[in-house]
Design a protein around this ligand. Structure first.
Ligand SMILES: [Zn+2]
Length: 264
């Protein structure tokens, strides 16, 4: 890759993705990926079942889908990793949007939680998923080397918030080549500082690698209710730093699908 590629990937289809995150993304002309839990957006979850807050409406998803800078991807129907649920989520979503494919390169799927990984992904799954034109599966983090050290670094960084620890913990999650169908992502929890995220971004810039940042909610200051709520002020600061690096030609903000296409 000629430069680092960075993607904001929002899980679940939470209402604040539309009301808070989307206007900010537009202001910064920043592409992103919205991973939609179809049953949640269709109002079929009980209140509090997936998260404390409400979902986006399908009309909001349709509006965002019209924006060429935003990728819409699957995130299950009932938010699980079964073959049936992955397919039902994407097929229903395509039906609601009235399209054959979610992007011109096929369909993306962001796996909920950590249940699906390279070992649990089965051959029969692969065959079935080809039928629905599944291009990539975004998983959570990956450790290729120093598993124990990286796991310790993750735990320690949650307490200490030293940027170099965060970088050590998530370095293996950066990508420059294909790993079958898989993309890996860095979970951005409420407590993570902008400095910590920038430590891993700077590593991606240096190594010319791709980085998917997994977010769930963007919320107003002091409205953090669960570990996946990220404060809007921090999100804006992060976008300022990233667009500055983008203006210098050091990275490009993009979608998960675009990252997948650009891997070796
Ligand atoms: Zn989710």
């Amino acid at each position: 890759m000629e430069k680092a590629l960075i993607n904001f990937s929002f899980d679940d289809g939470r209402l604040n993705n539309y009301t808070i995150a989307y206007p900010i993304l537009k202001r910064f002309k920043c592409p992103a990926t919205f991973n939609i839990t179809t049953g949640f957006v269709k109002g079929e979850f009980k209140p509090g079942e997936l998260t404390y807050g409400p979902p986006m409406t399908m009309d909001m998803v349709k509006e965002v889908f019209q924006d060429p800078t935003i990728e819409i991807a699957g995130h299950g129907y009932w938010h699980n990793n079964s073959l049936k649920d992955i397919i039902e989520g994407i097929v229903t979503l395509k039906g609601e949007l009235g399209v054959e494919k979610l992007t011109s390169y096929g369909n993306g799927f962001a796996s909920p939680g950590t249940g699906l990984n390279k070992d649990t992904y089965k051959k029969d799954m692969e065959i079935e998923l080809e039928h629905i034109d599944l291009t990539y599966i975004r998983l959570s983090l990956r450790n290729m080397s120093m598993k124990r050290i990286r796991s310790l670094a993750r735990k320690a960084s949650r307490i200490l918030h030293w940027p170099f620890l965060y970088r050590l913990a998530y370095k293996d999650t950066l990508m420059d080549e294909h790993d079958d169908k898989f993309l890996y992502s860095i979970p951005v929890l409420s407590s993570i500082t902008v400095k910590e995220i920038m430590a891993i971004i700077n590593q991606a810039v240096m190594d010319k690698k791709a980085c998917v940042l997994m977010l769930h909610s963007i919320v107003e200051k002091n409205a953090v209710c669960d570990p996946w709520d990220y404060e809007v002020d921090k999100f804006i600061k992060l976008l300022q730093e990233l667009t500055m690096l983008q203006d210098k030609g050091l990275l490009r903000l993009t979608t998960s699908m675009d990252i997948f296409k650009n891997l070796r």
